[in-house]
Design a protein around this ligand. Structure first.
Ligand code: FAD
Length: 224
C-alpha cells in the first residue's frame, strides 16, 4: 500500500517483469465455468470467433461514434470527438470509469518550453537500453504527439481547476532510462513533496467535461 510511483520507477525492471509474468499466467490459466451463461460465453472460446449477433433489441440509440471503454484512451477519444461536434456514447463494462493513474509522460509541449528532447536521439536511447526490444513506431507516435496531447488536456481540464505541474527527472547515472519528463495532474493544489490528495483525478474531471459540458453519455455496466 505504501509503494509510490517513484518506487515503481526505481524498481521498474522488476515491476515490468512481474507484470509480464502475471500476463502469461493469466493467459495460461484455465477459464472457469461461470454461473451466468452470458459470462460463460464471454470467457470461453477464442477471441477470433465471431460472436453471435443479437437478434433481440431492447433499445436503439442513434449516435455518431461508439467508444468502447471509459479509460485513458476511451475518454480522451470520446471527449475529443464530442468537442468536434460528434454525438458520442461510451460503453463501459465496469460500474465506474477506469483509474486515471498519476504521471503523464509528454515531450516538447509548450507547457515546459525550456525542456526539449530530440526525438530520434531519445528513440535510439530507448532502443539501446532495451536491447532493441522497443515498438519504435509506437514510441515515435508518442514522442511526436504527446506534447500536443498534454496541451489539449490542460486546455480542456484547467477550467475545472486541474493543474498540470511538470516534473523533470535527470539522475547522475547516464545509463539510467531517464531523463524523464512528466506531468502530474492534480485538482486544485500541487505539493511537490506530496502527498497530493487531488492527484489521479484527470479522468474524473474529463468524464465531467464529457458528460455535463459536452452532452456525451457513458453507459456503465455495459460490455461491448
Ligand atoms: C498500478 C498502475 C499504475 C500506473 N501508473 C501509470 C502512470 O503513472 N502513468 C502512465 O502513463 N501509465 C500508468 N499506468 C498504465 C496506464 O494505466 C495504462 O497504460 C492505461 O490506463 C491504458 O489505457 P487504456 O485506455 O488502454 O485502458 P484503461 O484505462 O484500462 O481502460 C479500458 C477500459 O475499457 C473497459 N473495457 C474493457 N473491455 C470492455 C468491453 N468489452 N466493453 C466495455 N468496456 C470495456 C475497461 O473496464 C476499462 O474501463 C499504470 C498502470 C497500473 C496498473
Amino acid at each position: 500500500m505504501e509503494l509510490t510511483r517513484r518506487d515503481l520507477f526505481k524498481f521498474g525492471g522488476v515491476a515490468a517483469a512481474g507484470a509480464a509474468t502475471a500476463g502469461v499466467l493469466a493467459g495460461c490459466s484455465p477459464s472457469t465455468a461461470s454461473s451466468s451463461s452470458d459470462e460463460a460465453a464471454a470467457t470461453t472460446g477464442s477471441w477470433r470467433d465471431q460472436p453471435e449477433m443479437p437478434t433481440e433489441f431492447a433499445e436503439t440509440v442513434d449516435c455518431d461514434l461508439v467508444v468502447v471503454g471509459a479509460g485513458n484512451g476511451g475518454l480522451v477519444a470520446a471527449t475529443t470527438a464530442a468537442q468536434n461536434g460528434a454525438k458520442v456514447v461510451v460503453l463501459e463494462k465496469a460500474g465506474a470509469i477506469a483509474m486515471a493513474r498519476e504521471a503523464i509522460g509528454a515531450l516538447n509541449s509548450n507547457l515546459a518550453s525550456d525542456h526539449k528532447e530530440d526525438v530520434p536521439t531519445l528513440i535510439n536511447h530507448a532502443a539501446t537500453v532495451n536491447a532493441g526490444d522497443i515498438n519504435a513506431p509506437l514510441y515515435k507516435t508518442w514522442a511526436e504527439k504527446s506534447g500536443e496531447m498534454i496541451e489539449w488536456m490542460k486546455e480542456t481540464l484547467e477550467p475545472k481547476g486541474m493543474l498540470f505541474p511538470f516534473e523533470w527527472h535527470a539522475p547522475d547515472d547516464p545509463h539510467a532510462y531517464y531523463p524523464a519528463m512528466c506531468y502530474n495532474p492534480c485538482l486544485d493544489e500541487y505539493n511537490p513533496d506530496g502527498p497530493n490528495y487531488g492527484a489521479y483525478m484527470h479522468l474524473e474531471v474529463m468524464s465531467d467535461v464529457f458528460t455535463n459540458d459536452l452532452g456525451g453519455e457513458i453507459r456503465f455496466n455495459t460490455p461491448a
